[in-house]
Design a protein around this ligand. Structure first.
Ligand code: HEC
Length: 221
C-alpha cells in the first residue's frame, strides 16, 4: 500500500517527520500535565529540611548521587518504586544528578536511620568498608543556616504559590515561629542520634548542619 512512498524520497521524508513528531507529542504532552500536578503525598520541604537541602547542594552530593529511580527491576528492587515527575513538584532546583558513584538517594529515608547517617557521614569507610565517599566532619561543627532556608520558603510561597500553611502542609508562620518549629523538628532528629557534640549543641538551642542534612535525608521517601 505504501510502496509509492518508499519510491518518493520527498514524501517519504514528510511522512517520517509527521510520524516522529506525532510520537514525540504523545510521549511529551502528558508529562506537562503531570508536572503541574504534584503526586499525592508530596509536600514542600520544611524550613529545617530546606536548610539540609542547601547543605546537600553546597557539598555537591549530587556529583556522586542521583535522585531518580528508573523503571527497571534491578532499580526498584534496590531503591523502591520508580520516580515520576509529579514527585519533584517542589524541588527547586532538581537534584536528579547524572552520575552514580554512590547509590541513588531518592528514597533513602525509607531504609537508613538518623544514627546510621550520623556515623556514616562522619566516617563512611568505618561503616561501609572500602567506601570512597569523603568524610564530612565539618558538618558536626557549623550551625545550619535556618534564616536563609526560611527566606527561601517564604519566597517560593509568594512567587510559585507553593502551598505552605495549607491544610496538611508544612507551616511557615513568622520568623520567630519558624525558628521554634525548626528547633522542635531538630530535637526529634537528634533524639535518634548518639553523638555528644550534637546533643550539647541542641541543648544550647543550636542546630548543627549535620542535623539539618539528616532531616532532609529522612524526608526523602
Ligand atoms: C566522591 C563521591 C561521593 C560524594 C561527593 C558523596 N558520596 Fe555518598 N556515597 C558515595 C559512595 C561510593 C557510597 C557507597 C558506599 C558507602 O555507603 O559509603 C555512598 C553512600 C552514601 C549513602 C548511603 C546510601 C545507601 O543506600 O546505603 C548516603 C546516605 C550518602 N552517601 C549520602 C551522601 C551525602 C549526603 C553527601 C554529601 C554531603 C554524599 N553522600 C557525598 C560517594 C559519594
Amino acid at each position: 500500500m505504501f510502496s509509492w512512498l518508499e519510491k518518493n524520497p520527498f514524501f517519504f521524508a514528510v511522512f517520517l517527520f509527521i510520524v516522529v513528531a506525532y510520537a514525540g507529542l504523545v510521549t511529551v504532552l502528558p508529562s506537562f500535565k503531570e508536572i503541574a500536578r504534584p503526586v499525592e503525598g508530596t509536600k514542600p520541604y520544611t524550613v529545617l529540611e530546606t536548610a539540609g537541602r542547601h547543605i546537600y547542594i553546597k557539598e555537591n552530593c549530587s556529583g556522586c548521587h542521583s535522585q531518580k529511580i528508573r523503571p527497571f527491576k534491578s532499580e526498584t528492587d534496590r531503591y523502591g518504586r520508580y520516580s515520576v515527575s509529579g514527585e519533584y513538584a517542589y524541588d527547586r532546583p532538581f537534584l536528579w544528578g547524572s552520575k552514580r558513584t554512590g547509590p541513588d538517594l531518592l528514597r533513602v529515608g525509607n531504609y537508613r536511620t538518623s544514627d546510621w547517617h550520623e556515623n556514616h557521614m562522619k566516617s563512611p569507610a568505618s561503616i561501609v568498608p572500602g567506601s570512597i565517599m569523603p568524610a564530612y566532619p565539618h558538618l558536626y561543627k557549623k550551625k545550619a543556616d535556618i534564616e536563609t532556608a526560611y527566606a527561601e520558603a517564604v519566597t517560593v510561597k509568594a512567587v510559585f504559590n507553593t502551598p505552605y500553611d495549607a491544610p496538611g502542609m508544612p507551616v511557615l508562620g513568622t520568623w520567630e515561629e519558624a525558628q521554634e518549629r525548626a528547633l522542635e523538628e531538630a530535637k526529634a532528629v537528634v533524639a535518634g542520634m548518639k553523638g555528644q557534640d550534637v546533643q550539647d549543641a541542641i541543648n544550647n538551642g543550636e542546630i548543627l548542619e549535620i542535623v539539618a542534612l539528616i532531616a532532609y535525608m529522612n524526608s526523602l521517601k
